[in-house]
Write a protein that binds this ligand. Structure first.
Ligand SMILES: [Cu+2]
Length: 133
């Protein structure tokens, strides 16, 4: 009998705890939504074909702001699309042969390198330049 009473009380406390956690998460998510809306404008979309071993186009010119790269792997091996420069270091996941993916980054004016960080793909030609004005 004493055990059952204890179990009931423990369950009650746990239930209250879960309720509080739920409320805390709810308010946190609302704040995150507001921030996302404030910082992101319409993204410029740039299509990039990734092949064995090249990027097409090889040189990209965009306006500063949010850029969404629409990646299409037209090769026979997996590729990746990484952007580095001006303090930015972003990369897509591995994109399998024949698959598509996207990478969104905020870019300010400057010169960036785009390249495939898999194996020696950059050295073999999967590389290019992004100029942001
Ligand atoms: Cu590659």
């Amino acid at each position: 009998m004493r055990h059952r009473g204890l179990a009931t009380r423990v369950a009650g406390v746990m239930g209250l705890g879960l309720l509080l956690v739920g409320v805390a998460c709810g308010s946190g998510a609302a704040e995150a939504d507001t921030q996302t809306t404030a910082s992101s404008g319409p993204a410029q979309e740039i299509k990039v074909s990734m092949g064995d071993f090249f990027y097409d186009p090889k040189d990209i010119s965009v306006e500063a702001g949010r850029v969404r790269f629409l990646l299409s792997n037209v090769g026979k091996t997996a590729h990746r699309f990484a952007v580095t420069g001006e303090g930015v270091k972003a990369s897509s996941r591995n994109v399998g042969a024949g698959r598509e993916s996207t990478l969104e980054v905020d870019l300010r004016p400057g010169t960036y390198k785009m390249g495939c960080t898999l194996g020696d793909h950059e050295a073999r030609g999967s590389v290019g330049i992004i100029i942001v004005k």
